[in-house]
Design a protein around this ligand. Sequence first.
Ligand code: FAQ
Length: 311
Amino acid sequence: IERAGQEHFDRIVAADSRIEPRDWMPEGYRKTLTRQISQHAHSEIIGMQPEANWITRAPSLKRKAILMAKVQDEAGHGLYLYSAAETLGTPRRELNQQLLHGRAKYSSIFNYPARTWADMGAIGWLVDGAAIANQVPLCRCSYGPYGRAMVRVCKEESFHQRQGWEILHALSHGTPAQKQMAQDAVDRLYAPALMMFGPPDSDSSNSDQSMAWNIKRFSNDELRQRFVDMIVPQAEALGLTLPDPDLKWNEERGHYDFGPLDWDEFWRVVKGGGPLNAQRMQRRREAHAEGAWVREAAEAYAAKHTTTTTA
Ligand code: FAQ
């Protein structure tokens, strides 16, 4: 059975078609997807924190409503992604335990603080922008449930990026202090946003296998380059600068050259030593504990419903 399964799997991957939950798949494929999809889900859920922090301080009712909708979308993406991950066989409860006990990662970017209102603009423009650049190719991921989830998630991320850009545009065309606030947010979040694409290809342990399985379609460095090429003209349109003196158009390559990133900082943050890792995890544990009654009520309801319908 295993040999027939492997042959079927190889044929589907070679044909650039889709693997579905009931298909046979190599254990490594199941494991890497469970890892990536669940870490993606954790990122969405932890990623709600920096922005949720600003809902009560949004500068107008309209801004507040938009920000609330965005944070709710992130919760939705998280739940959607946990469902996709569960189709690979690991229950959500267990995936969540991996996060709460520090055995699963989430994106490094969410360990940085959101200091001012302009950070809501920079998060939307840069963080959601990087998320889109990374996730559009994932719509063609070989695993059906993940690829399909990405289609909807990307549509919502596009709205998120546009709203961030618009916040920065308003600030950069406001008073000198507002423009400075926008520039400061971009200065702080630019490099961490570039690190969202993961380590350089030479240090990316999972890339080769994930690309062979059609999970990843482009390498970390390729997507990072694509993102830089995309945001340079957008920064110009905003009237803001990107904090990299080496940023320069390279006619020969047809891309922007950009300076080295601080990969020691990246690994420090990934391993728990970023500015807010401890606080983000503490808040997540508290939220999980505070939500216990909802899970208990849902379970009690489900049990009652099953008994009454089967009776
Ligand atoms: N942070 O071998 P690779 C969002 C880990 S968007 C922390 O290259 P891979 C939307 C990596 O897990 C953010 N850890 O790994 C939003 C691996 O360790 P492991 C989430 C990182 O998987 C916007 C090790 O380093 N997006 O949330 C990071 O092939 C605004 C070696 O790396 C996704 O998750 C990092 N930045 O490539 C929400 C997208 N980078 O697991 C709120 C889906 C790498 O072996 C507000 N994921 N690591 O222990 C992916 O595309 C891939 O997993 C990559 C990493 C590209 C992130």
